[in-house]
Design a binder for this molecule. Structure first.
Ligand SMILES: [Fe+2]
Length: 281
């Protein structure tokens, strides 16, 4: 059996002694799910897995979902995405990191009516410095709101778009089929987790365009206030990648962003599996 060791004050735990190439027993899987609900992010240290083995491991936590952008799907195992963020030349790396889409705080695929409940991510190649992935705990951020603020936010809804001009960097281009598959969707601003019943703020700085029924200025002001609240350092955990690390994180109550400041010419490569989720309520 493995051990669970917290990674930080805000969220996250390392699972020590788990071999991802071995199928979990039912007791192990149940205990791991409980740890996942408590810590919201699990880290398993291992060697890089083949796309097949990575997908197989992920299936123990849910049903894989295809990634929208076809060009990022793995050729043999399409539910696995291959995500490279290497700077190939100095021209690729802006001086303002905000111009890199990955540096914006987001939860994966919230532009879908049924966004992925969780993401599994493994590092295959990492640069010598920088490139950490940062996470923030939206459940704790919700719990810490005043009762008055909770009441104000409880019934609000937000529009999530494939792209929003609120984000400084533009989204990757979609082909015609992909655009057809991604009309704007409306989600609750306060989301109740299907498995734990706990509430969390559900936001995405790359996709949340506007709060329904508020005018643009009012909506922008409230969204800015909420982003400032949820990204306070006390809600954050920063993951310093080692090659082979597998992270499993809960998209229903975490946002993440990448420190895009790493050296030009050093490969940064990950594989990703999205796990199907339900309609947010
Ligand atoms: Fe992401």
């Amino acid at each position: 059996m493995y051990q669970i060791k917290p990674l930080g004050e805000a969220l996250g735990a390392e699972v020590i002694g788990l071999d991802p190439s071995r199928e979990l027993t039912e007791d192990e899987a149940n205990a791991l799910n409980e740890a996942f609900f408590d810590h919201l992010l699990l880290c398993i240290r291992c060697d890089p897995l083949s796309a097949e083995d990575f997908a197989e491991f992920g299936r123990q936590f849910g049903s894989p979902q295809l990634q929208l952008l076809r060009k990022r799907r793995h050729g043999d195992v399409p539910e696995v995405s291959v995500l490279e963020s290497t700077y190939n030349s100095t021209d690729d790396k802006p001086s303002d990191m905000q111009m890199m889409r990955l540096s914006g705080w987001h939860t994966d695929d919230s532009y879908f009516a049924k966004p992925a409940k969780a993401t599994m991510y493994q590092s295959l190649k990492i640069p010598d410095a920088g490139g950490q992935t940062r996470f923030c705990n939206m459940r704790q951020a919700y719990d810490d709101l005043s009762d008055e603020m909770k009441t104000r936010l409880d019934d609000l809804k937000t529009v999530h778009s494939y792209d929003t001009m609120r984000a400084p960097a533009r989204a990757a281009t979609r082909n015609a089929v992909e655009a057809e598959e991604t009309p704007d969707v409306v989600h609750p601003l306060i989301r109740t987790h299907e498995d734990t019943g706990r509430k969390a703020i559900y936001l995405n700085s790359n996709r949340t365009d506007q709060i329904v029924d508020l005018d643009r200025a009012e909506s922008d002001a409230l969204l800015d206030e909420l982003f400032a609240h949820v990204t306070q350092p006390k809600y954050q955990y920063h993951h310093e990648w080692r090659v082979g690390d597998v992270l499993l994180w809960d998209n229903r109550c975490l946002m993440h962003s990448v420190n895009m400041d790493f050296p030009v010419g050093q490969p940064r490569l990950h594989q990703r599996l999205l796990l199907e989720g339900a309609t947010p309520v």
